[in-house]
Design a binder for this molecule. Structure first.
Ligand code: ADP
Length: 387
């Protein structure tokens, strides 16, 4: 114990030994060869950890970062032993030399253990070649996905579009039948025509909704969309319905987004018209449209004082054709919320509802301030333009 205390007390004391120049017989050439080599090794051992530290600071998320730090300390200490060895030619601090060697030994063993421990993890790390391979696979998949999406949209568009023409003929002929022979028919006959006309009308609405759904995200050509102006335009279009039920709509200060105007219009139009439609009988709808700034996203909330939705249906209503009410109770196709979800998710946001039965609903959705859709990524991809 006494030896240890004495060791540390006289750590830099050099009285007990001669400087290395006077220990044995050195020629100038031999001594300076030793010193110059030690100093060169020390400089190199200093530079390597500095480069490693700079690498760790510049590059985020380097795998096995702790092993890098340990490796840096190991090399630094090795360098220090060489520096002290060179200095010993004038300054025989053998105790300090011993201590530095001891520390180097401890850190070296630590590094060896760490390398053993992380060996498997290091083997599991992907090389840049493997990453390149995966990236190219993903680019290919993205390209395929975009192409099949476009085909599907095209199919839905053409199918719905082509259905419009025979439907128009049916509607025209029903109107003609009514006009020409309406007076000759009895009540039952007229009722049949009215029911058929109503059914044709519903098919038209369904086709239009499907067309809207298929067109969502069809264009990556974005323009500035002033949401306050957009909501005003929607409220003007819904003016008749609003007046019929005496609805009031409060609109907060909404932002301007770089987006596809029709996509955003679908979202606001569906949510606002649902807020007006799903109302308790005899009550006047009160809607509130607000937005919150949340870092790099906007959080929109459209609330109403309507019939509300039971929690068990909160997710299901966003699926296509999912309706909670009969057509006679509340008309609709069950496509509106699915369209909203499609737009919001394609824009990188999320949509949901907060509601309990009988006490109104708040539809909440987020939209990034800088919207980038899959189409944008695909267009920026050389594989996409090549394909
Ligand atoms: P649609 O209104 O054409 O039926 P949506 O997709 O817009 O289709 O809505 C799906 C279902 O979600 C509706 O049938 C209705 O049951 C429910 N819903 C939507 N909005 C509201 C709302 N504001 N309040 C209560 N229920 C709603």
């Amino acid at each position: 114990m006494n030896q240890i205390v004495d060791f540390f007390r006289r750590l830099t004391d050099t009285d007990d030994w001669p400087a290395r120049w006077f220990c044995g017989r050195w020629t100038d050439f031999h001594g300076w060869l030793y010193i110059a080599s030690d100093l060169t090794i020390w400089l190199a051992y200093m530079a390597i950890p500095l480069i490693l530290i700079r690498f760790l600071l510049v590059k985020d998320g380097v795998p096995l970062g702790r092993v890098f730090w340990l490796f840096g300390a190991f090399i630094l200490l090795c360098g220090l032993t060489h520096l002290i060895d060179a200095l010993m030619f004038w300054w025989p601090a053998y105790r300090l030399n011993g201590l530095v060697r001891f520390l180097t030994g401890v850190v070296s063993i630590g590094t060896v253990i760490a390398l053993f421990r992380y060996f498997n993890e290091a083997v599991g790390l992907r090389t840049s070649k493997e990453y390149e391979h995966e990236l190219s696979y993903r680019q290919q998949a993205l390209h395929e996905l975009s192409r099949s999406n476009e085909e599907l949209q095209q199919f839905a568009y053409v199918a719905s579009h082509d259905l419009q023409s025979p439907l128009k003929t049916i509607e025209n002929y029903l109107a003609l039948l009514e006009r020409k022979y309406g007076n000759d028919l009895d009540d039952d006959g007229r009722k049949l025509i009215a029911v058929s006309t109503g059914a044709a009308g519903r098919i038209r609405t369904l086709i239009n909704d499907l067309l809207d759904f298929s067109q969502v995200g069809n264009s990556a050509d974005f323009t500035e969309v002033n949401l306050n102006q957009l909501v005003e335009e929607i409220l003007n279009e819904l003016q008749e319905d609003i007046q019929a039920v005496g609805a009031t709509v409060r609109v907060g200060h909404l932002p301007t987004l770089m987006a596809h105007r029709t996509d955003l219009k679908q979202v606001f139009l569906n949510l606002i018209s649902n807020g007006i439609k799903y109302q308790k009988p005899g009550a006047a709808p009160e809607l509130d449209i607000q937005v919150q700034n949340q870092g790099d996203t906007y959080r929109f909330a459209i609330s109403d004082n309507g019939i509300g939705i039971e929690p068990e249906y909160h997710e299901r209503i966003f699926q296509v054709f999912q309706r909670l009410h009969g057509r006679n109770q509340y008309p609709g196709t069950g496509i509106g919320l699915a369209t909203c979800k499609k737009v919001v998710e394609m824009y990188g946001g999320q949509i949901g509802v907060e509601s309990t039965l009988g006490s109104g609903s708040t539809f909440v959705f987020t939209i990034p301030k800088k919207i980038k859709t899959l189409k944008h990524y695909a267009q920026a991809d050389p594989l996409y333009s090549a394909g």
